[in-house]
Design a protein around this ligand. Structure first.
Ligand code: ADP
Ligand code: MG
Ligand code: MG
Length: 252
């Protein structure tokens, strides 16, 4: 099956359990939002999916197109097409955006396969156009001196270049003004289609006005406590999170 499936996922930091049995299925072709109050495991879920060594999986599986990825190194996961846009993007001194993109694309290829210049340049030109970004940006050093908005736009540029099968976006909207938000959404929406699945993690409903999710899941205390359509995000926006916290207590 072409889907991202999370099955009874439990994960800890040290001996503190954070995820306590997450179950989710995201078919390729669908984007699902993950919402929830702060400190309830949303970022932990993203990091476990991409293989952050700080988190220990104590139970459960993460299946990408039927393959359990939990034993795979992060670069193998990337080769399966799993892409994480970080909440706090890294700076890599001395590496230009162009170099970085080239390396990242190369990392997704099988051994012996090269990223051709025409392929690289063609994709780059079209991605920059979608993001309304000048070509000169790619000679700048990765994230060095970038504004919050530029960092986010750069994440989306990476995403457009890599054409992932599954994206995990963690709080990509935090700190963005409406114009930057619209450009980010335009980039993501340009990739939407039968080949793209993923999770859009966000505390606020705002981003979901521009990237309308197929489903919305709410995580409280390390579990999915409610699943619905986009109207669920609207309800959270209007009513806050108190009512979902009570669902978590009722489920214990
Ligand atoms: P959210 O993204 O929903 O705000 P997180 O997944 O970041 O929540 O965090 C869930 C809980 O796990 C919080 O109590 C947080 O303090 C704790 N936690 C997450 N990562 C770490 C870490 N690396 N070290 C210690 N505690 C962590
Ligand atoms: Mg948080
Ligand atoms: Mg978080």
């Amino acid at each position: 099956p072409h889907q991202l499936e999370i099955r009874n996922l439990h994960a800890s930091v040290g001996d503190q359990p954070i995820l306590k049995g997450v179950n989710l299925v995201v078919p390729r072709g669908e984007l699902h939002a993950i919402m929830g109050p702060n400190g309830n495991g949303k970022s932990t879920l993203a990091k476990v999916i991409v293989g952050d060594p700080e988190y220990t999986v104590t139970e459960g599986e993460v299946l990408v197109d039927g393959q359990n990825i939990l034993e795979m190194e992060p670069d193998e996961r990337a080769r399966l097409g799993v892409f994480l846009a970080f909440q706090y993007p890294v700076e890599i001194p001395g590496v230009t955006i162009a170099n970085f993109l080239r390396l990242a694309m190369q990392a997704r290829k099988e051994e012996g396969e090269e990223v051709g210049f025409a392929e690289f340049y063609g994709k780059l030109t079209s991605a920059l156009k979608t993001l309304e970004w000048d070509e000169s940006i790619v000679e700048r050093y990765l994230n060095e001196g970038f504004s919050g908005g530029e960092k986010k736009r750069n994440e989306i540029l990476q995403m457009l270049m890599l054409e992932p099968n599954y994206i995990i976006m963690d709080e990509t909207d935090s700190g963005l003004d409406v114009d930057a938000l619209k450009i980010v959404a335009k980039g993501v929406n340009s990739l939407r289609g039968p080949n793209l699945g993923g999770l859009i993690i966000t505390h606020y409903q705002r981003l979901l006005n521009y990237i309308v999710p197929d489903k919305v899941h709410i995580i409280v205390d390390g579990r999915v406590v409610q699943t619905g359509g986009p109207e669920l995000a609207q309800r959270l926006d209007a009513e806050g999170y108190d009512w979902v916290k009570q669902l978590a207590v009722a489920g214990d």
